[in-house]
Design a binder for this molecule. Structure first.
Ligand code: NAD
Ligand code: UD1
Length: 307
C-alpha cells in the first residue's frame, strides 16, 4: 500500500510545531527529522515518529525518507546573524543538506516536496511591494544559501514541487530565551521580564509580519494541491510569497506593546546589524490567485497574544 506519511524536517522548530500538530489533527501520519539544535520536544502522538539526527548526513536522510509520500523541508539555521557569523554552518544546512534531501527523496520514491524559502532572497528591494517577479539578490549568507536551495528544488521539473517564500513569521511558540529568535518574540519576552529592548538601527526599519497559522495553512493548501494534482497542480514548479501585504516599523510595534501594557518601554539603540535589510513588504496576490490563500487581518490582536 502506498505510504501516506509526510516528513517534516525541522519539525521540532517554531513553525514545525504548529505545522506538525495541524497535520496530525487532520489524521496525517507525520515523521519529524530534527537535530534539536534549536528545536524543542514535541508532544507524543500515535501518528507521529520523531527521528533525532543531522540532515547533513546521508544515512540520517535515508532513514527519515523511508516510506514517505511527501516532504516539507523546514530544517535550517533560520537566524540571519547566526548565518553571518557561521558561514560554513549556513552553507552545510541551508543549502547542501537541503540539496542532498531533495536528491535522495526523489531517488527513494518521494512524490512531493515543499521548501520553506524566504523573503531574504530579495535582498535590498528596488520597489515595494515585492512580487515573485522582483529580482532576487540576497545580501548575506542566509539569503544566498536559501536561494541555492530553492533553485535546487525547482530544478526538479518532473516532480510536483514548490517553494514558499515566507516573510517574517510570528506567533506563540518561538523559543523565548534565544538571541536567534525573531524580533517580536525577543521584544515580548523582554517586556514580560521588565528588561529594556535593543533596537539595531533607528527603529524605522519595517517588516511584513505573517502569523504562523497563516503560514501553516499555506503549506497545507499547497501540499494537498500538489498531492492531488501532481505536476498539473497550479502551484507546481513555482515559488510564492507568503506574507501579510502590510508592514510595520519596529517603533510602531513598540508603541503597540506600550499601549497593551500601559507603560513606557525602555529602548536602547545599537548599530544596525550586519546583513540586515531596511524594509520588507510583500504581495500575496500570486498565491491567492492560484489556490485562494489569504492571510488573516488581525495583527494587533495576535501581537497582544505574545505578551
Ligand atoms: P527554527 O529554528 O525554529 O526551526 C528550524 C528547525 O530545524 C529546528 O527545530 C532545528 O533544530 C532544526 N535543524 C537545524 N539544523 C538541522 C539539521 N542539520 N538537521 C536537522 N534539523 C535541523 O526556525 P523556524 O522559524 O521554525 O523556521 C523554519 C523554516 O522556515 C526555516 O527553513 C527558515 O529558514 C524558514 N523561514 C522562517 C522564517 C521566520 O520568520 N521564522 C521566515 C522565512 C523563512
Ligand atoms: C527573519 C527570520 C528569517 C527569515 C526572514 C524573512 C528569524 C529569527 N529570522 O529575519 O528566518 O528568513 O525574517 O524576512 O525568524 N532586531 C532588533 N532588536 C532585536 C532583534 C532584532 O532591532 O532584539 C531587528 C533586526 O536588526 C531587524 C529586525 O529587527 O532589523 C527583524 O529581525 P529578525 O526578527 O531577526 O528578522 P529578520 O532578520 O528579518
Amino acid at each position: 500500500m502506498e505510504s501516506d506519511t509526510v516528513l517534516v524536517t525541522g519539525g521540532a522548530g517554531f513553525i514545525g510545531h504548529h505545522l506538525t500538530s495541524t497535520l496530525l489533527s487532520q489524521g496525517r501520519k507525520v515523521k519529524v527529522l530534527d537535530d534539536f539544535s534549536s528545536g524543542t520536544e514535541l508532544p507524543t502522538h500515535p501518528l507521529l515518529t520523531v527521528i533525532v539526527g543531522d540532515m547533513s548526513e546521508s544515512s540520517v536522510r535515508e532513514e527519515a525518507l523511508h516510506e514517505v509520500k511527501s516532504v516539507i523541508n523546514l530544517a535550517a539555521i533560520a537566524s540571519v546573524p547566526l548565518c553571518e557569523s557561521k558561514p560554513k554552518l549556513s552553507s552545510r544546512v541551508n543549502y547542501l543538506a537541503a540539496q542532498g534531501l531533495f536528491k535522495d527523496a526523489f531517488r527513494l520514491g518521494v512524490s512531493t516536496i515543499i521548501q520553506a524559502s524566504t523573503s531574504a532572497l530579495y535582498g535590498v528591494p528596488n520597489e515595494l511591494p515585492l512580487t515573485e517577479k522582483s529580482p532576487t539578490k540576497p545580501i548575506g549568507n542566509y539569503g544566498l544559501d536559501k536561494q541555492k536551495a530553492e533553485e535546487s528544488l525547482l530544478s526538479f521539473h518532473e516532480h510536483p514541487v514548490c517553494a514558499l517564500r515566507l516573510f517574517n513569521v510570528f506567533g506563540v511558540g518561538q523559543k523565548r530565551d534565544s538571541p536567534y529568535s525573531g524580533v517580536l518574540t525577543i521584544f515580548s519576552d523582554n517586556i514580560n521580564k521588565n528588561l529594556p529592548l535593543k533596537i539595531f538601527g533607528d527603529g524605522h526599519q519595517s517588516r511584513d509580519f505573517i502569523h504562523v497559522n497563516d503560514v501553516v495553512s499555506a503549506f497545507i493548501l499547497c501540499l494537498n494541491d500538489l498531492e492531488n494534482n501532481g505536476t498539473n497542480s497550479k502551484v507546481s514548479g513555482k515559488k510564492f510569497n507568503v506574507c501579510s501585504g502590510n508592514s510595520v516599523t519596529l517603533l510602531e510595534v513598540i508603541d503597540s506593546f506600550s499601549s497593551f501594557t500601559n507603560t513606557d518601554i525602555e529602548v536602547n539603540f545599537e548599530s544596525p546589524r550586519e546583513g540586515d535589510i531596511l524594509h520588507s513588504l510583500g504581495s500575496f496576490e500570486f498565491l491567492n490567485n492560484q489556490i485562494d490563500w489569504k492571510p488573516s487581518e488581525n495583527f494587533t490582536e495576535r501581537l497582544r497574544e505574545l505578551l
